[in-house]
Design a protein around this ligand. Structure first.
Ligand code: SF4
Length: 269
């Protein structure tokens, strides 16, 4: 790829990431504060009555609650530091798991209360996930990389059935599938089209990839990243000029950029 184009794309992707990073970090801080306040209440209320049961009971409950508070503080600060420093910190290599399993559901909930649209929270999560996957610095053999595409990328007037056999595409140029197939051939990776979450899961089980580059909308990408954890997924949002789920597009350059970043070259063995 042209060096200028490559660095321009990297710059563009990074500036998108930094805007969305702010949403993620703010929601993460609010979520952690919520948990801590909830836990403090959980501790304080029974304490008033617990001392009547046994004098040591409130202390034991206090130790338990404060251990959880420390855990929340450690996990959220390690996550924020990992995002800011672009590497795993505070002895945690599990920060992506924390973001996916613990904080995303919580942040969606808190975001809803604060009036932040779900789509924004999800887009922010996808960007953070991508950055963490990038920061892991791993590269994968081409045959262990799967590009997973949504069905809506296919031109809605095209009658070729691609779900079970993507080779049915005639590469006519009326939708992005033909260009994506060319990329697949250039890099020697696998590619499949899924019509929904169940088929996507089946494709993943059948292909047993070590790394996935997934194209989809915010909702499908966020749930796909959650479903396939701990498998690393780099998410690329589709573009929806005709509205959701029909004749969507994707930046071929973003997919190429991801392939450049994650696929091992021949000389890398
Ligand atoms: S490139 Fe052409 S043949 Fe291939 S899926 Fe799109 S419209 Fe159909």
């Amino acid at each position: 790829m042209d060096d200028n184009l490559y660095s321009k794309l990297r710059g563009k992707i990074q500036s998108e990431v930094s805007v969305k990073k702010r949403i993620f970090i703010s929601l993460l801080l609010v979520s952690s504060t919520f948990i801590i306040i909830f836990l403090l209440f959980f501790w304080l209320i029974p304490v008033i009555g617990l001392s009547n049961i046994h004098p040591i009971a409130p202390i034991l409950l206090g130790i338990f609650v404060f251990s959880i508070i420390l855990l929340v503080l450690w996990s959220s600060s390690s996550l924020i530091l990992s995002i800011l420093l672009k590497r795993p910190v505070l002895f945690s290599r599990k920060t992506r798991g924390l973001a996916i399993k613990l904080f995303l559901p919580l942040m969606t909930f808190v975001g809803e209360i604060l009036g932040v649209p779900k789509e924004k929270v999800r887009a922010s999560f996808i960007n953070i996930n991508n950055e963490m996957v990038l920061n892991e610095g791993n590269r994968y053999a081409p045959n262990r990389v799967l590009i997973l595409l949504p069905h809506c990328l296919q031109n809605s007037r095209c009658n070729n059935r691609l779900t079970y056999h993507i080779e049915n595409c005639k590469r006519c140029g009326k939708c992005p599938v033909g260009d994506l197939l060319k990329l697949r051939d250039d890099y020697g990776v696998k590619m499949a089209i899924a019509t929904g979450g169940t088929i996507a899961r089946r494709i993943v089980v059948e292909n047993r990839p070590e790394f996935i580059i997934a194209v989809a909308c915010e909702k499908d990408l966020a749930s796909g990243i959650q479903d396939t954890y701990p498998l690393p997924v780099f998410g690329i949002l589709n573009v929806r000029p005709c509205g959701p789920c029909i004749d969507t597009l994707v930046s071929i350059e973003k997919v190429r950029w991801a392939l450049e970043m994650f696929v091992k070259k021949h000389h890398e063995g």
